[in-house]
Ligand binder design. Sequence first.
Ligand SMILES: Cc1cc2nc3c(=O)[nH]c(=O)nc-3n(C[C@H](O)[C@H](O)[C@H](O)COP(=O)(O)O)c2cc1C
Length: 366
Amino acid sequence: MTDHHQTALSPVPLAGRTLKNRLAVAPMTRVTASDDGNATEMMARYYERFAIGGFGLVITEGIYTDRAHSQGYLNQPGLTDDGQANAWKPVVKGIQRHGAAAFAQLMHAGGISQGNRFRHFNVAPSATQPKGEQMAFYRGEGRYPVPQEISVEQIDEAIDGFASAAVRAVDLSGFDGIEIHGANGYLLDQFLTSYTNSRDDKYGGPIANRIRMTLEVISAVRAAVGSKVPLGVRISQGKVNDFHHKWEGGEKDAEVVFGSLADSGVDYIHVTEFEAWKPAFGSGLSLAQYAKKFAPNTTILANGSLHDAERAEQVLNSGIDLVTLGRGALANPDFPMRYAQSIAQRDFNPSILGPLANIKETELEM
Ligand SMILES: Cc1cc2nc3c(=O)[nH]c(=O)nc-3n(C[C@H](O)[C@H](O)[C@H](O)COP(=O)(O)O)c2cc1C
């Protein structure tokens, strides 16, 4: 039997490789790239700390994938040309040098882009004004503009963008794996969500249609990078502009979403909720447990307020394969080492992310 305390620190297989433990850094946008979207030396130092601190896997911030509508934020890094791909090399090497794996999160902001140097209007499944307000810590202000409805041709271009960015990430930057951002209110989640998708073509209507674009992105990325590259997808109910959204079909929606992702060829599903262990629909299983139930042969990563190590252990001991930490990793880039040595974890200090969410020199001293 596994020592209860040690589950988080035990190795885990993922897509034919072995990660040294079950603690991963969650993707976090820090808008610290150059104006033209190149990863910077400061980012390399920032990411390396997590690997030095013992995390087995580091997932990058969301990286934009094309020079059309994918960019969400000014100073967000991209993977749209060889220059941007090469700029990631030192970041990836810094992570790998300490025995951690580096996965690139690929993201299309869709209707909630608030900073795109290529285009001056947004596209989304439907021309509906997004809920909520732009995020000030990413230089946004006021409501999101009304997006244009994305055409089928533009959908194909966006899918190509994900595939090309994935190839650059693996072949040029040297990333060990790819995560497709299907969560948190960005383009793929806008398709999944009924109130931002009123299309009457094959991408709209029942949930089996609303998950279609995510499945097409997965299939295109898989075809482009081949069967050996670890590939995952992130899924949520809540959104950066609508924290409390719930899938209206509850468990039935979970069955369609996770069942179709299980068949899609992804190696892992990364489920994020505000509190990962709570029932997803008021009662019953957590969203991560639904993922495990409907995708039993797929590796499941759970995220959401798991910086209490006891809680993380409980989630892992309930059959979830890895946990990812956002704020817990910002406060403790050395979370796994502290845990192994029973050193108290620091509390997260939100002032790190103000007034802008860019990486601060003071963090790099931690
Ligand atoms: C500053 C910041 C930036 C984030 N950027 C991203 C992102 O680029 N992609 C993503 O999927 N999630 C992003 N998230 C969400 C985190 O991955 C994570 O889901 C969230 O912080 C909740 O996990 P936690 O309770 O461990 O902090 C971000 C969170 C924070 C705090």
